[in-house]
Design a protein around this ligand. Structure first.
Ligand SMILES: [Zn+2]
Length: 109
């Protein structure tokens, strides 16, 4: 039980409750939803959704490897499309802590 628990915990599962089935106790696990964040990549390609030629690509992923993987598979969106996705799906935003790096400063034109 302890070893199994340790393993599933590493896969982001958390105990959701206990149940009984005959003489056995069943542990219910549920997958903890890890927050996704939006990653930005420089590109010079057409957005796969709207077809506009853009210089910045955005992907939603839970870590950098996943983000890169999505980029490689063309699963990215341009700024407009990612914003539309956030609106359409009713995402609630939560600011993530930045580890290192400078805060993003918008460029004045
Ligand atoms: Zn687009």
């Amino acid at each position: 039980m302890d070893i199994i628990h340790e393993r599933v915990s590493k896969l982001d599962y958390v105990i959701d409750g206990f149940g009984e089935y005959g003489n056995e106790v069943i542990v219910h696990y549920r997958r903890e939803h890890k927050g996704s964040r939006i990653y930005r990549f420089e590109v010079s390609e057409n957005c796969p959704h709207c077809g506009w030629r853009v210089t910045m690509a955005y992907v939603m992923a839970s870590n950098e490897d996943e983000a890169k993987n999505l980029m490689e598979n063309g699963m990215w969106l341009c700024g407009n499309c990612i914003a539309d996705t956030l609106v359409d799906r009713g995402y609630i935003l939560k600011s993530g802590k930045r580890v290192g790096g400078r805060p993003h400063t918008p460029r004045m034109r």
